[in-house]
Design a protein around this ligand. Structure first.
Ligand code: ADP
Length: 248
């Protein structure tokens, strides 16, 4: 949707591993505030794509722009994170021995190290910010619970909350509902859709019902490039998608 500002623009991205093209002349545009789902069969290049966006993998060819003028391919992984791209891997990583509140506090001071962070006095504004995030991720009543005692779903939300503490412009989320109960899945759909608008959100997901429930725009990857883009209905009715992806 070109009426929004640009959050991310990738053009002509190619990445080979031992001669195998994991990404093959891929072009992708994500608008500000968009919620985009990326689907595609195993080996389609989804992980490699996330790795390229976050500076973990350097492509052989192509350009990648964050916002209108930041050349992503010049940045190291930690610089990409600092400049506003948060990445949520599939497995939750939280500080198990710290409370939910402390986890968010640590995320706020990600650059300072644990001891400094937890003795640092929070300003009223910072406490309010943590309060807002706790509400958003549905963990207000769990704020003093050790993260290790949370359910799998709650840990995932806490990690998303931790990423939000850095107020990313773009949030990349890998298979957020894998292993979640039906109720947790619904709550996750609500959380992710509520983030869109304020943040651009890119979700890589296999669960098609979940994709259908959250996404207005879906990108189908196949053999390292974009096979189809559009609403879930559009891409599911696309004959090329049915052939390669749905096995018809
Ligand atoms: P997806 O996430 O869609 O399943 P990937 O991006 O993980 O796809 O992988 C795309 C292809 O690239 C796969 O065939 C995979 O074997 C290959 N690949 C990915 N990363 C590497 C790597 N570090 N070394 C060699 N091959 C890789």
């Amino acid at each position: 949707d070109m009426s929004h500002g640009v959050a991310l623009y990738l053009e002509g991205i190619t990445k080979s591993f031992d001669g195998f093209r994991a990404l093959d002349d891929l072009t992708l545009y994500i608008g500000d505030g968009e919620l985009r789902c990326i689907i595609g069969p195993n080996g389609a290049g989804k992980t490699t794509l996330m790795d390229v966006i976050t500076g973990k993998t350097r492509p052989d060819e192509g350009s990648a722009w964050f916002g209108s003028n930041m050349d992503l391919l010049r940045l190291k992984e930690h610089e990409v994170a600092q400049r506003g791209i948060g990445r949520k891997f599939q497995k939750p990583t939280v500080y198990e021995n710290h409370t939910v509140f402390e986890n968010l506090e640590l995320a706020m001071h990600a650059d300072r190290g644990i001891m400094t962070s937890l003795t640092w006095r929070l300003s009223g504004e910072q406490q309010d910010r943590i309060g807002e995030i706790l509400e958003l991720i549905g963990l207000t009543a769990r704020r003093d619970t050790e993260a290790g005692l949370l359910s799998h779903g709650q840990k995932q939300w806490l990690e998303i909350g931790s990423l939000l503490m850095q107020n990313p412009r773009l949030l990349l989320v890998d298979e957020p509902v894998a292993g979640m109960s039906g109720q947790e899945t619904e709550a996750t759909a609500e959380l992710l859709t509520s983030l869109a608008g304020k943040h651009s959100v890119v979700v890589v997901e296999h669960d098609m019902d979940f994709v259908r429930s959250i996404a207005r725009e879906v990108t189908v990857l196949h053999q390292g490039s974009v096979l189809a883009e559009g609403s879930m209905d559009q891409v599911q009715n696309d004959p090329r998608v049915r052939e390669v992806y749905l096995g018809e």
